[in-house]
Design a binder for this molecule. Structure first.
Ligand SMILES: Nc1ncnc2c1ncn2[C@@H]1O[C@H](COP(=O)(O)OP(=O)(O)OP(=O)(O)O)[C@@H](O)[C@H]1O
Ligand SMILES: [Mg+2]
Length: 255
């Protein structure tokens, strides 16, 4: 081991960084046999911030969410939550620490009721809301009237809201939304946009939003990052993204 002093921003005893963003991914590399899905990705997300993550199909967006949630382990790099190194933490431990997600392809318990699905989220996190709060959550997501219904009988748009409710039941600090608008109609997408705004302002969560609906992502995000073939090719103001030739080419080349 080197005897060099620890960097000033990091204390030796806890491994925490002072003034760190809520979530920080540094140099994340993820390989699947011969394919490099993430090739040195950096990402920082602050509390109360909405970060849009966009990029063509197969650019690595879901892989990044899987690596942050702990469904996959990165091969190189580091992931910190509130300055704490969670690179090797289990999925369950990350959930307990306040990392919650929704899935591109819905992963609800179809045979359970809406309320039961949301209660699953309640049990996943140590910072969870109380049973009473679950009723408030169901109300605020307009799920109160269908709370006893079996999820598989509900419309797709409603099921998407159940997924978000389940993620929120754990009272997360970081919320990862993987294509939350997929399959929603215009009205449902507008409602989703309001909901994300509320989650940011009232809960102070850091929200990472992946979606192919550019109106939604560019409209709701404080910042965006564009991924192409596992590399970040743009990071900055939402409106600046498509002024970059590299971003335009990445999208056109993907068609
Ligand atoms: N479990 C896996 N095993 C092997 N390859 C994978 C696996 N998961 C993802 N990939 C590959 O990694 C690359 C990135 O996939 P990923 O699903 O992260 O893309 P994406 O940006 O989410 O795309 P989309 O917009 O279509 O959802 C793709 O080439 C994909 O085929
Ligand atoms: Mg994806």
């Amino acid at each position: 081991m080197s005897s060099a002093p620890a960097p000033a921003s990091r204390t030796r005893s806890s491994g925490r960084e002072a003034g760190a963003p809520l979530l920080r991914v540094t140099g994340a590399v993820k390989r699947f046999s011969g394919l490099t899905a993430l090739d040195g990705v950096d990402l920082a997300l602050a509390a109360g911030e909405v970060l849009g993550l966009i990029g063509p199909n197969g650019s690595g967006k879901t892989t990044l969410v899987n690596c942050v949630s702990g469904a996959l382990r990165i091969d190189q790099g580091e992931i910190r939550l509130d300055g704490r190194d969670i690179t090797r933490a289990s999925r369950a431990s990350r959930a307990k620490s306040g990392v919650a997600r929704t899935f591109q392809n819905l992963k609800l318990f179809g045979e359970l009721s809406v309320r039961e699905n949301v209660l699953v989220g309640l049990n996943a996190s140590s910072g969870a809301t109380s049973l009473k709060d679950v009723e408030g959550l169901l109300r605020s997501l307009r799920l109160e009237e269908v709370a006893r219904e079996v999820v598989s009988n509900l419309s797709y748009g409603t099921q998407r809201r159940v997924e978000i409710a389940r993620a929120l039941a754990g009272n997360p600090r970081v919320l990862l939304l993987d294509e939350p608008a997929a399959g929603l109609n215009d009205g449902e997408t507008a409602e989703l946009r309001e909901l994300i705004d509320e989650i940011r302002s009232e809960r102070g969560c850091g929200v990472l939003v992946i979606d192919h609906d550019m109106n939604l992502v560019l409209g709701i995000s404080d910042r965006v990052q564009v991924l192409d073939e596992g590399t970040v090719i743009y990071e900055g103001e939402p409106q600046g993204a498509f002024k970059q030739q590299r971003v335009v080419t990445a999208y056109l080349g993907a068609e």
